[in-house]
Structure formats: C-alpha cells, structure tokens
Design a binder for this molecule. Sequence first.
Ligand code: ZN
Length: 497
Amino acid sequence: MKKEMKLVEDYQKDLTLIGQANALLSWDEETYMPEKGVESRSEQTALLSGIAHDKVISNELFNALRKLRISKDLKGKEKLMVDKLYKDVVKARKVPKEFVKEFSKTVALAGPKWREARRKKDFKIFAPHLQKIVELSKKQIGYNRLPGHPYNSLLDDYEEGMTAEKLKPVFADLKKELVSLLKKIEGSEKYKKQKLVLMKKEFDGKILEGFVYDVCERMGLKKEFSRVDLTEHPFTTKIGVGDVRITTNYRENPMFAFLSTVHEAGHALYELGLPKKDEYNVLGDAPSLGIHESQSRFWENMIARGKPFWKYYYPRFKKNFKLSGDFDEWYKEVNFVHPDKIRVEADEVHYCLHIILRFEIELGLIEGSIKVKDLPKIWNSKMKELFGVVPKDDVEGCLQDVHWSMGSFGYFPTYAIGTIYSAQLYSQLIKEHPHIEEQIGKGKFDKIREWLNENVHKHGSYYLADDIIKKVCGEGLNPKVYVDYLNEKYGKIYGFD
Ligand SMILES: [Zn+2]
C-alpha cells in the first residue's frame, strides 16, 4: 500500500500547489493587475483549474484511493485523510465535464451582467443569467443528491455535515429572538435620540492606516508572513504556508476599514494556524466556511466591538483623530444599531437577519416556490417585514451581494453559523480565562490567539466544524449563547437591561 499512499500524497501536494498558484493569480487580478490583463488572466486561471480538475477526477487517483480504502492496515490520520479525499473525488467524478464547462461559462458571463445591472440599477439585466444559474444549481444537486432537502447538497459544499433540516429551526429561533431584541432597542429612549457624531468626523486616512497596521501586528499578523492591500471588497487569501494576504477598503465610515481588517486578520490567523504537518493534504484545510467565519467574527465582533478593546484603542483614536467625545459615546457609536440595507455594513443585531432573509430566498429558489423574476419584490417585502425599511433600488436590495452571480448557493448560512460559533467560543474563553479582558484592555491579544490556535486552528480538518465546537464548548451550534450575548450587551447600551 506504500505505493498508493505515496501517489495519493503526491496528488494532494500538486493540487495544493496549483490551488495556491491560482490564488496568487486571483489576488493579483483583484489588487494590481492592469485592466487589459483580464483576458489572458482568465485563460491562465481556467487552465490551472482545468489541470486541477483533471487530477481530481483521474482514474489513477481514484483507483489508489479505492485500494487504500479496502486494505485493512489503514488507520488514524491516514484513514481520515483517505476518506476525506475519497469523498471529494467521488463528488467531483459524478459531475460531467460538460456541466463543469457550462457552469463556469455561465458564471463568467453572469459576473459582468451583475455589475452592469448594478450600474444601471436594473435587476432585469441580471435576471436571465441568475435564472440559468438557478437551473444549473438544481442540476448540480442531482449529481450528488444527499438525503433530505435538495438544498443540503449545495450547503454541504461549504458546511460539511450541516443540513437545511438542522438550520431551519435554528434560524427560526434566532429570527424570533433578534426581532424581539430589536423591538426593545427601537422602543428605548436612547435609540430614539441616537445620532452618529464622532463617526461623522473627518478621519485622516494615513493615521487610520497606521491603526489598521497596528491592530494586525497586535493580533499577531506579522509582516514576514502577510500583507495588507486595497480592494473593492476585502478578502483573505492563502498563497503558501508563510504567505497569507488580506485586503481592506477605506470607506466613508472609518470603522469599515478598521473592523473589516480585524475581520480579515482573523481569517488570516486561522490559515496560519492550520496544522503545518498537513500543509499538502486535505486535513490541513479548514473543515468548513462556518468555522472560518467563526474566527473572523470572533475578532471583529467579540473583540473589536467590545468594551475592553476600546479601553485600549479609544484613548489613542481620541488623541490622534482629535475626537471630543467620551468613551461611552464612542463605544455606543461603534455598536450603533440601525436597519442598514447593506449586509456587509450591518450591526451585530441586524447581521444574522440579513442571512436569514437570503437563506429563505435560496430555499424558495431551489424548491421552486420563488421565481427569479419576482426576486426584487420578494426581497423588498422581506426587508420590510424584518427590518422595517425598503431598499430604494435593487443595488441596495437583491443585487448587493456577489455570491449568486458566482453560482454560490448555500454559502450565505455559513456567515450566521460562524457568527453564532464566535459567541460560543468567546463565552468559553471567558470561562477558562476569567481575566482575559484585562489583557484585551492593554492591547495584548497573544493569549487569545494562542487559545484559538490550540482549540480551533490546529485541528485542521481532523474533525467536522460542529465537532470542533463541541470539543471546545461542550455543545455544537447553539444560537442561544449568541442571543444572550446580544441581549446583555445591547440591553446595557440602550438602557433596558
Ligand atoms: Zn469573513
């Protein structure tokens, strides 16, 4: 079996390296590539993706995996690795090559149409492309049908082991709790009088950039193995074991760049903390997007929207940006609750409602109970129901996210799953280290990073995401911990606790 194992390992190494080369090409495309480079760039990435796909579905790899699986001497790590890779391979082999081509062609055409529709504020331009993507997604489900709801096959690509059946009650509960918390917030005197003052000041870009670098450094994202660059939408990408890159974007609200950098740095720390010994095999990856997001949300929400964090940073912000407000005012503005129509700019209380809205729509599109042409109408009525506001156009509404144009159905729930996990992790951290907030108040985050590393990062894909959370917190996905955290925090801020 030695020969087969070597072959399987070699394949995984090649696949990892091709993936990293592709990641570098995409990173360059988003950051520095001149506009006219787009045509050859798309050919380059398509070529690499094609080579990778051929490797994944090759008979040589498939046969080696099959031999290994029937042999009795496979155990421990090797067994885990072979089983995991086998699952991926079987999945990929069931999808016909013509479908893969058709899907990528459809998505390649849909992207520019989505952007044009946004520019012209006209959903109709994008609708036929989305229609095609929905049809192809349904077809895709047929190739790898999982038990239960058809949506499960899509969800499983991003959140292995999670199902619509498990998520529906979790989200239904969460929705009820969030709506009731919002009622309390909106009914409070403080809410009625609230206004952004400090955030409206002019924030010097150079100084803000200094803080962005400072927070990355303090979190442990050193320059020797990372970079921060500028893109329209912030993201994190791993180019190699000692090379993880993040991007940021400076917008009108100064907190956007700062908090989104903390968010991406959380993703980057996770990538850097994954087991080095599994650098070139499937166990060295994150087991799901939800757990990846739990790391970014942890730093963004639990740390960087928290009081202890601003105990350290606010005096420095105050001095450098010459702000005149006191700490409580600043803290309240950082946690300003208001019904923003844009998901990526949402506060902690509204955020998951944005996700639930998208989850319900995705289920409807896949079940066939929602038609693509009715999307703007349905989106707006759900916004009205959940947020009490209606987007002024589709750019603020159903055209705001890039995911559907990329064919990524089943992706959105991972944001809410990660958000819930992040609260569970923080609650556990406090139990184990009751004085950690004193450290945070001094701008020291090493202990936290080490704790996340020990409890989450180093497990790679040795366990499913929910099992990692169970190991650390004693239970899997539990929205109650998140809801309790929100109630306590916002009860204090809005004065109804
Ligand atoms: Zn993220």
